[in-house]
Design a protein around this ligand. Sequence first.
Ligand SMILES: NC(=O)c1ccc[n+]([C@@H]2O[C@H](COP(=O)([O-])OP(=O)(O)OC[C@H]3O[C@@H](n4cnc5c(N)ncnc54)[C@H](OP(=O)(O)O)[C@@H]3O)[C@@H](O)[C@H]2O)c1
Length: 330
Amino acid sequence: MVNIGVIGLGRVVREFHIPSLLRIKEVKIKGICARTKTKEKLSLASDIGANFYQDYEEMFARENLKAVYVCSPTIFHKEMTITALKRGYHVFCEKPIAMNVDEAKAMCNKARQSSRILFNGYNRRFSPTYQKVKKFSQQKRINIFLLEKIRGEFVNMDKAAYNGIIEKEIKLLGSEIMEFGVHFVDLAKWICGKVTKTYFSSNKISGVPACAGNGIAVFEHKEGQKSIMYFTLAGGKSSERSVAIADDSTCQTFGGMFGKSQVIITKGDRVEKFQSSDDTLVAGGFLQESRCFIDSVSGKKRPPYEPEDTIDTLRLSLEWAESYKVAQES
Ligand SMILES: NC(=O)c1ccc[n+]([C@@H]2O[C@H](COP(=O)([O-])OP(=O)(O)OC[C@H]3O[C@@H](n4cnc5c(N)ncnc54)[C@H](OP(=O)(O)O)[C@@H]3O)[C@@H](O)[C@H]2O)c1
């Protein structure tokens, strides 16, 4: 049995990580931890047979754990991850791994010294939709255009409320855009290969409603290949999160990552269609991601990336976030 402790009970944990872990038969969630105690959190703990803690070090001291999920705001990732690694636990740490490259290096060094796995939460790599896109792009050796719609819930939000959220994010996550920027960079690297340069291009996207936070992320790869990510922070519902692929500057195809949507990939006269899973945990890659982490911890397979790869992703994401910020200010 792989005994797990979970730190942080935000949405990603309640809706994705805990339900995924509960579906893996060799996992037992022994403890869950958040800053504040509420009836809902106590009842979640009791429903899944775990103990609730407000202090993660107390959880470490009382529970016999093999691995820890660090899913607190990014500002706490370094301290919690290093404390867990010192105790000999394997760590699944949500993305972004840390606030800056020095923190990420310290975490990766500690993982290497203690011969423990430090996994970083890039769930999109495990999504069947993105896996199709990757396979297709490798077969055809074409440039990839991806479109991500994120944060649909912000569409009708008034500006003051939106700014309040952004302010909180800058404090806890380091940057407004890092929350998503790391996913973009990781996808570009994973689908198209090593990224050498990254920059924000424009916030005028043809065919996408203009709103704050629209943009085009550009990634340069080895041999001068470019991949482009269209993104909108406030357009459409989250469930419409889409991926598109094309061989010129016009997006030809769209499909949802979540929900019961059909994905259509077109290249010349070749058309590929497939149904994305209506099982959200599978469609979003969360179940496969946790399965992969548990298999790595149990020694059944190697983790899909080295810790140094994570440092590189963070460095590129910070670089990209900076160019986004400069573009917004000018
Ligand atoms: N992979 C993905 O697609 C994805 C999606 C969303 C978020 N994330 C990442 O997940 C992390 C958390 O994001 P979130 O949106 O879930 O944040 P959130 O909603 O703010 O939740 C954070 C949780 O951490 C707990 N916490 C904060 N400080 C703590 C401490 N010192 N000790 C113990 N618990 C503490 C909070 O406790 P209280 O409940 O008491 O406040 C809360 O439960 C971030 O790094 C984010 O980037 C990843």
